[in-house]
Ligand binder design. Sequence first.
Ligand code: ADP
Ligand code: MG
Length: 712
Amino acid sequence: MALSVFYYLCGMEVNLLHTNISYLKGVGPKKAEILGKELKVFTFMDMLNQFPFRYIDKSQIHKVAQVNDDLVYYQLIGTIDQVQLIGAPRATRATARFSDDTGSIELVFFRGLKWIKNRFKPGVKYVLFGKASEFNHNYNFAHPEIEEYNPNDPLIGEGLQGVYNTTEKMKDHGLGTRQIAKIQRQILQQVMDFIPETLPLNLLQREQLIPRKYAYYQIHIPANNIEIQQATRRLKYEEHLFFQLKLLRAKKRRESLNQGYVFSQVGDYFNTFYKEHLPFPLTNAQKRVIREIRIDLGSGHQMNRLLQGDVGSGKTIVAMMVMLLALDNGYQACMMAPTEILATQHYATLKELLKDMPVKFALLTGSTKTKDRREIHEGLEDGSLQIIVGTHALIEEKVIFKRLGLAIIDEQHRFGVAQRSKFWEKTERPPHTLVMTATPIPRTLAMTQYGDLDVSKIDELPPGRKPVETYHVYDDDRYRIMMFMKQQIAKGRQIYVVYPLIKESEKTDMIALQEGYEALLRDFPEPEYKISVCHGQLKPEDKDFEMQRFITKNTQIMVATTVIEVGVNIPNATVMIIENANRFGLSQLHQLRGRVGRGADQSYCILVTDHKLSDDGKKRMKTMCATNDGFQIAEVDLELRGPGETGGLRQSGQIEMLIGDLQKDGALIPQVRDAAIQILNDDPKLIKPENRMLREHYKELFAQTFDWSQIG
Ligand code: ADP
Ligand code: MG
């Protein structure tokens, strides 16, 4: 007796969906093993959760004579003969002829050759489905799906058929997309009525969502496009809803569980700095953000806040003043940056700002000398060091704090949640955490990746900044670029010329930089002109030396790699020339551009590319020229690259969705989040009877996953 029937007789509905896929007729242990390995599909439900990524119209059966278009799918019925192995002594491909009453066409195979040799029986009719390709004015099919024709096959002549993810290995074992479609159909026939609803009826009605079991049916076996849309919306909605519930609950729980240190007073450190050492009046946005943070710090729960502010909006001074608040309340504070250069820059800023204040602080990075490092470790442990700035070196186990009350993390997108959480282990209670990012976060990402954080925004630049003018120039227009540079230098301005060096070890990139540097030396000869050069292969002291020459205006041009991407602040530099600009992503271009436009003079950003630009490349250049608004740029970036790269989402392993798509569901997510907020406001623990389904599915979904609420 099949196990599924057994479950059925026992009334174990839920388990029926968890029936091992090998019990399905036509699957068996071998195919089940492959499904498990290739798709992590073990049960009926796992299989149903493999959604088609698109649909094809199989209502038509074509004739061989109709095949006349490259890359178009055809469905043919006919016979197969003349199977030949080609290439001796070891065959490298096989060919065969497929014929119907209108003609014949070649089939080509590159894998599974031995198997193909004996696969086709003469005189038997097959259904072929595949994409035609043109080769020497002839069409052929490479690795089409082929099955024996069965006039009663429900898939033939039917409207839309889902196309499923498959792998070469699956196809080689008779698990092509067509077979998967059949398996889905078979499973649905057996278990559709046992697919439990997960959303309360009132929600279904209010949001006009179809019941879950129909959604599963329609997504796999749609009658038309409307059914696909209904099903997709329902399933996406569900997935986003549970994710939002999880984030919101995590946030709530963190607020109630994680008691925060109470920073109740604004004391001497903060006040003295504010009254006597503030180098410029704060912008209203900076004041507002400091106020928001101060309230949070005094509230009794642990702060977990994201501080967003475009490049140059002045986050550093905010961070510093918040650290002084920690000191005022007897705690230590730390500030972690993603690169050594940036950490060093923060340290230098701190040194300048705090030069007349009795604050003990230090810099800790990978290149801190052993002796200094030991001293720093001791100072942090006995509490004599009040502020530490640094890189990842800060989260090493050896680093022990006496009373860490506040952790500030700059440029969040490069740190995962897991790294953030390392600070939690360093104190008895989690320290208040302020995450700063210059990459504006699109709304959907803010609601997902950062959905458990509170957000503060600096949405105003310091006064007197003129928007940077940006131009896209082709590299055969060098003469004009050079004349422009000379004109700017004559006005006393300085210029960055940046080369992409994606990996510091990449030879060709290094050569491009060298050649560019030499060309500049010819166009801008000494003694009239002087040029600095700065890249990752230089020793740190040489880098510093070159940087210093530029900062002190001894050189007019700085040729550099992206080492200057973050941090560097030289207001007299007004031109940013980005070579091979198409090799940079949008957020990186925006960051680089942020290095100019920091003084009172008009600044320029010149994006240089050759004429061979991809569509994405063109769009990036156009976006950069059209706007200085980091927020808009981030939206386009998300659209072009997806959240994985923009937000480090995939890497963080925080979200793995079956059908939901953070990139494409931008319109749905805010709606779902609102619904989730409503549900939790009404029933925080999901204990009301009408929310029973929500609670059960929630438990099922998140039972095994790591509890993020513990780390905020
Ligand atoms: P980011 O937000 O990119 O980290 P920074 O903190 O480096 O920006 O600030 C950019 C520049 O703006 C620095 O030179 C800083 O001194 C200056 N700055 C910050 N706030 C103000 C302000 N309120 N008025 C004038 N200049 C400011
Ligand atoms: Mg900064």
